[in-house]
Write a protein that binds this ligand. Structure first.
Ligand SMILES: Nc1nc2c(ncn2[C@@H]2O[C@H](COP(=O)(O)OP(=O)(O)OP(=O)(O)O)[C@@H](O)[C@H]2O)c(=O)[nH]1
Ligand SMILES: [Mg+2]
Length: 607
């Protein structure tokens, strides 16, 4: 059967997965009565809940007798590092661009990779149904982007489609016909070259991995040469040609709609998944035993952010989750690292803890959230940026490109706040409709926790997009949190009256009835220093009780600490306690006397 391999690439939320839905539906990949969820390819729980794609996934449809393998990629920068590798697997790319938002940092990132690889992308201007769509301008912006990225004349001559994935159509012109995805299918067939195959025995580059509960390690890739059958013996080589393992293939799977079907043989050019090789991973070459040279592969991007995952040793440990021992946590993290190349799990200097490094706050946050749902209890440290040194020993830190779209009147505060965080403004221009687009180069360090502040500063109207740019010279200290915290002096259940009495000390993070312990953070102090407070003290009862009325105090609603907020809020001497039921903030050292001692020691050491 004839083949085409194509990837869908775009900035986060520009509609990739929705487009794949329509392609599946309109190619007849679903049975007539099959009930399919929206954004069907986003199949894992967290993807569904957050409405974002986390893992790249392949599927295939048949159009006029030709099988089209389609790879849906994640648009969020934390997961987008894999896009480069995925483009290696395909011969064409569909670049989706939101007709209102235009090209954004991840668009630039994926387009630059596609162009560098010599692909000639198809540009699809999506969401033209939006009332604020400006498709003509956006096409010009895409053209400028291609030109700025040194596209060849051939690449600049990209075919354009306009449409709405949501409404299920794409057309060569803005006027339509607004009927179906047929123009896109036809264009893929005519514009994307059939897969180039090389001569020789079986070779495939591992591109996507997953840990499957039934099949074990499953490696997906595109077959460069030869063919592969179940029960065949394969060799696995790393990028440098070292032998990793030699093992028997248990299953060869092909992608058919939302399912994967075992097949008798995978042939050159096709994208397949192979089970039975427990050590093989991304960037490894799976090949016939007679092959000696690995396929060229890019190195995996190193992580930029790390956190320490420790056992939960608070007084409330083990009361809400059942997976609490350091051995269980360790095993779980190692298993995660096996299925996720962007994560690095290592031993930490501290007792009962592991260092987990990844690409961003969202990626690490999602891991913690997943574990919490599985019944784990943990305490995690503030994320810290991974610093490097260049050859001359100078400190380098990760710098990101940050694009903020904001109502004109709020642009001042955004520039001010980001400058304080050592960001440098590189571009500022009106982006239509009374909004300004601000572009910065900012240290990752300074961006931790900025998202929620940005929303407060702009009354929820700003949109921020970030993308890793490069390791650059360290920009020096950035002021941390300016407020101290309120710390509970005792263990028990918080009392409304006590909380009410403390209101002028600062906003609370807990509610009456919540369990607290000594050293737990219960609120934010309005001043810079930490303050020990008693949240258990009820009103003195007098002999003669008046009415029940004065017992009912009215409290200001507390600050809701979500996991992500908590992680970016805490300082180095604090931890976030995560259990299946609660997110609590605490001091690393719970005992106030020990804390004072440590502070004195630190001062003495001149830190
Ligand atoms: N108005 C409009 N909304 C759309 C269209 N296509 C997608 N959307 C919406 O855009 C949002 C994001 O769509 P997704 O398909 O998840 O986007 P994505 O590019 O896969 O996002 P990531 O995988 O997270 O990068 C959803 O709320 C869709 O309903 C469209 O053509 N018009
Ligand atoms: Mg998606």
């Amino acid at each position: 059967m004839k083949l085409r391999n194509v990837a869908i690439i775009a900035h986060v939320d520009h509609g990739k997965t929705t487009l794949v839905d329509r392609l599946l539906q309109q190619s007849g990949a679903f049975r007539e009565n099959q009930r399919v969820a929206e954004r069907a390819m986003d199949s894992n729980d967290l993807e569904r809940e957050r409405g974002i794609t986390i893992l790249a996934k392949a599927t295939s449809v048949v159009w006029q007798g030709i099988r089209i393998n389609i790879v849906d990629t994640p648009g969020h920068a934390d997961f987008g590092g894999e896009v480069e590798r995925i483009l290696n697997m395909v011969d064409g790319a569909i670049v989706l661009v939101d007709a209102a938002e235009g090209p954004l940092p991840q668009t630039k990132f994926v387009v630059s990779k596609a162009l560098k690889m010599g692909l000639r992308p198809i540009v699809a201007i999506n969401k033209v149904d939006r009332h604020d769509a400006r498709p003509v301008e956006v096409v010009n912006e895409v053209f400028d982007l291609f030109a700025a990225l040194d596209a060849t004349d051939e690449q600049l001559d990209f075919p354009i489609l306009y449409g709405s994935a949501k409404e299920g159509w794409m057309a060569r012109s803005l006027e339509g016909p607004k009927q179906s995805m047929a123009p896109l299918f036809d264009l893929v067939i005519s514009h994307v070259a059939p897969p180039a195959v090389e001569a020789g025995p079986f070779r495939m580059l591992g591109t996507i991995i997953e840990a499957n509960p039934y099949l074990g390690r499953v490696v997906t890739g595109r077959i460069r040469s030869g063919s592969v059958k179940p029960n065949q013996n394969l060799k696995v080589l790393d990028r440098d040609g070292n032998l990793i393992e030699q093992d028997r293939v248990t299953k060869v799977l092909a992608f058919r709609g939302l399912e994967r079907q075992p097949i008798d043989e995978g042939t050159a050019g096709d994208i397949v998944a192979i089970a039975g090789l427990p050590e093989a991973t991304v960037s490894h070459t799976l090949c016939d035993p007679q092959v000696g040279m690995p396929l060229p592969a890019q190195p995996i991007d190193p992580p930029t952010l790390a956190m320490t995952f420790r056992i939960n040793d608070s007084p409330l440990a083990g009361t809400e989750g059942d997976k609490v021992q350091s051995r269980v946590i360790r095993e779980r993290l190692l298993r995660e690292a096996e299925g996720n190349v962007a994560l690095k799990v290592g031993e930490s200097d501290e007792k009962d803890s592991m260092e987990v490094a990844g690409r961003g706050e969202l990626q690490l946050g999602i891991l913690i959230e997943t574990m919490r749902r599985e019944g784990f209890e943990l305490s995690v440290s503030r994320p810290k940026v991974l610093i490097r040194r260049d050859e001359r020993g100078n400190l380098l830190e990760p710098i990101e490109e940050v694009v903020v779209d904001v109502d004109d009147e709020h642009s001042g505060i955004v520039v001010q706040k980001l400058s304080e965080r050592k960001a440098e403004l590189t571009e500022m221009r009106p982006s239509g409709g009374g909004r300004t687009r601000l572009v910065f180069l900012a240290p990752t360090r300074g961006l931790i926790g900025y998202q929620s502040e940005l929303l407060t500063d702009t009354r929820g109207t700003a949109v921020m997009n970030r993308l890793f740019h490069a390791y650059r010279a360290h920009r020096g200290p950035i002021a941390g949190r300016t407020n101290g915290v309120l710390i509970s002096t005792d263990a028990g259940e918080a009392v409304a009256y006590a909380l009410w009495n403390l209101e002028d000390r600062g906003p609370m993070m807990i509610e009456p009835g919540w369990k607290v312990y000594r050293g737990m953070i219960v609120g934010e102090h309005t001043r810079g220093n930490d303050l020990e407070v008693n949240v258990l003290k009820g009103k003195k009862l007098t002999n003669i009780r008046t009415t029940a009325k004065d017992e009912a105090v009215r409290l200001t609603p507390p600050i809701r600490m979500t996991l992500e907020k908590a992680l970016s809020y805490i300082e180095d001497d604090e931890l976030v306690e995560v259990t299946p039921k609660s997110i609590r903030l605490r001091k690393r050292t719970l005992d106030p006397n020990d804390r004072k001692k440590e502070e004195r020691q630190k001062e003495a050491a001149g830190v």
